[in-house]
Write a protein that binds this ligand. Structure first.
Ligand code: NI
Length: 248
């Protein structure tokens, strides 16, 4: 995928597979227990959507994680390093419960107005904070405000990360209304969509049980961003979805 100099602001959504519970006949000789891992969801075969939560972990992240666990749904969290540092317990839990962790800078500056050294520092400090909290490093970058240019793309490539934007937003930060957030999210949901949400918006967290039930009722598997972009073969520095005017 080619890259061009431009500023961008984009939008997105996703899916997940569940490991079927496995009943073993009582008469079957006991074999060494093979860990029953969740089967990877193939989003080219089933309906997937990726819910993404930016700027956290917010203070309601625990409630959100409870909801996701209850409905066996996965999500992707684009974390702000300063909050990964101050709320490491949520970051640890996100990773342990199978959610994907992404890098959303340390203090949320506009990368297109930042010096390269500052961008590198923002990214690295967040990698370090997440690693310290959860033992894993993000493999995806979402720059603050979804703004990137060729410099940001080159730096993402240095960190071996693609840049992930979104196909649609829930507009939760603007409406801060449970019904409006649900309505908008269901309206913009589409197969392999990547939906922008925020776990610091209390109304988003309050709306989640209903949103998850509705999406699953429509046949969606709620999966991670990496699950939905698997077929895109993204390379480090690529931007997905490709913003209008960026293709060539
Ligand atoms: Ni943000």
């Amino acid at each position: 995928m080619s890259r061009q100099l431009t500023s961008l602001l984009a939008i997105a959504a996703v899916c997940v597979a569940l490991a079927p519970g496995q009943a073993q006949a009582a008469t079957t000789p006991k074999k060494a227990a093979t860990p029953k891992k969740a089967a990877a969801v193939d989003c080219s075969q089933v309906k997937c959507i990726a819910l993404t939560f930016d700027d956290g972990p917010g203070k309601y992240a625990g409630t959100l994680l409870d909801t996701l666990k209850k409905y066996d749904a996965k999500a992707t969290f684009f974390l702000e390093g300063q909050y990964a540092k101050s709320r490491p317990q949520f970051v640890k839990r996100m990773a342990a419960e199978g959610h994907e962790l992404g890098n959303h800078s340390y203090t949320h500056p506009d990368f297109t107005k930042s010096e390269p050294a500052a961008i590198r520092s923002e990214i690295q400090k967040t990698q370090d904070a997440v690693k310290k909290a959860a033992g894993v490093e993000p493999k995806l970058l979402r720059p603050p405000y979804g703004l990137a240019d060729l410099t940001v793309s080159d730096i993402a490539a240095e960190f071996k990360m693609p840049i992930i934007l979104w196909t649609a937003g829930s507009e939760d930060w603007a409406s801060k209304n449970v019904e409006a957030i649900k309505k908008k999210t269901l309206e913009v949901a589409k197969p392999n969509g990547i939906i922008l949400m925020h776990d610091w918006v209390k109304q988003t967290v309050d709306a989640m049980p209903s949103i998850v039930k509705s999406l699953q009722g429509k046949g969606y598997h709620l999966v991670t961003v990496s699950d939905v972009v698997k077929g895109e073969n993204l390379e480090a520095g690529d931007i997905f979805p490709v913003p209008a005017g960026w293709e060539n």
